[in-house]
Design a protein around this ligand. Structure first.
Ligand code: SF4
Length: 382
């Protein structure tokens, strides 16, 4: 078995943000939380049993709002993995937290449970922007939460959203300034997207909110990059910036197309069985996910073998997000020459248009290609 990353999906939030299309149910019910925590453990045990001698490098508690989980359950999950399986000596154990969901005491308990990296979904430190984004805390609470995280963890990230009508460049500057003043070692800056089925998508269709235009997109992206570069942050992925050695190992596993196991409702996996790469997805419906875990063996909402061509496309979708790009050698060792030749011809075309860079060792986006990643992949594979 190759290296493995484990993703645990916590399916609840205190309330639903209007831009979010993740599988998360707004609920504050400690009984139901406890019940789902037990099902998560069951899912973990069943799923790991199917794998042959996994070597676990990272664990990531995402969601939803996993900072609503009980620290005791986090500890049980971490202990189950570390006591029963081979793990990296410096295994990264991350948890996403919403600023309105923890006290100093709870955060310390989360750390004591084994979490060694915290990702704080600040989104903004400005009241008007938090209100627009439908977040359930204000600027003061966000700052307090950031202070707690910075005092308890040494490896942590502040996550921001940019690119919407209430946010000015001064707001962005203030958010990033606050992050560097905390000595935060990792910053994520994602552009707001309008996903089908969300309230924001509906408002966009009705013309009640508007997206930023392409010119603003470039201006903001460059501003963030230049600002953080001044403070020694490296943009190692399109939306992620880190000081040296503070990159997210778990997310790097996705972008490098390594194996990962998803636990919890709607969780995806990419796993190799019998030399075949599988795409797997757990049931999204909470009740279906729970009842299915009693079947032996449990079924998946989706389970299929990925063709070589699909794998190659996924490698480009994920790998081009990285500033280091994709290793040519890893492609050559995995795919046939005939398959690679047609892609390489298109890569040369895009290189001549200054959208991609290709050396003997790496393929990566150029500075001018970095915000055109989707259309570049589309051109390569259609
Ligand atoms: S807190 Fe996060 S997961 Fe929950 S609704 Fe908001 S954006 Fe989605």
């Amino acid at each position: 078995m190759e290296d493995l990353s484990i993703y645990i999906h916590w399916p609840f939030c205190k309330s639903k943000c209007p831009y979010c299309d993740f599988m998360s149910i707004p609920k504050n019910d400690s009984k139901e939380y406890e019940e789902v925590e037990n099902w998560l453990l069951k899912d973990l045990k069943i799923s790991l049993r199917e794998l042959e001698d996994p070597f676990i490098k990272t664990i990531f508690f995402g969601g939803g709002t996993p900072s609503l989980m009980g620290p005791k359950t986090i500890e049980k999950i971490v202990n189950f993995i570390t006591k029963n399986y081979k793990t990296d000596h410096d295994i990264e154990i991350s948890l996403e937290a919403n600023p309105a969901t923890f006290s100093n005491k709870k955060l310390q308990e989360i750390k004591d449970a084994g979490v060694n990296r915290l990702s704080l979904g600040v989104q903004s430190f400005q009241n008007k922007n938090l209100k627009f984004l439908g977040r359930i805390y204000d600027s003061e609470q966000a700052l307090k939460a950031a202070e707690m995280v910075a005092s308890i963890f040494s490896n942590y990230s502040f996550d921001f959203i940019y690119g919407y009508q209430t946010q000015s460049m001064d707001d962005l500057k203030d958010d990033l300034t606050k992050a560097v003043n905390f000595d935060c070692p990792h910053v994520s800056c994602y552009q707001l997207t309008f996903e089908e089925g969300t309230p924001f998508f509906q408002l966009l269709r009705e013309g009640k909110i508007r997206p930023i235009n392409e010119e603003q997109e470039v201006e903001i992206f460059e501003y963030i990059q230049n600002f953080l570069r001044e403070f020694f942050f490296n943009r190692y992925e399109i939306s992620n910036y880190a000081l040296k050695n503070f990159e997210s190992k778990h997310n790097l596993a996705y972008w490098k197309y390594q194996n990962y196991l998803g636990i919890g409702p709607s969780a995806h996996s990419r796993l190799v069985f019998d030399n075949q790469k599988y795409e797997l997805k757990k049931y999204s419906n909470l009740d279906k996910w729970k009842s299915n875990l009693s079947n032996n063996p449990p079924a998946y909402e989706e389970k299929r073998i990925l063709t070589d061509y699909e794998q190659l496309e996924e490698i480009f979708v994920m790998g081009l997000r990285l500033s280091d790009g994709i290793l040519v050698e890893s492609l050559k060792s995995k795919f046939s020459d005939s398959m690679l030749n047609s892609i390489f011809e298109r890569i040369v075309f895009l290189r001549d248009k200054n959208l991609l860079k290709k050396s003997d060792t790496h393929i990566r986006l150029s500075e001018s290609g970095v915000l055109k990643q989707n259309s570049i992949v589309e051109f390569l594979f259609n």
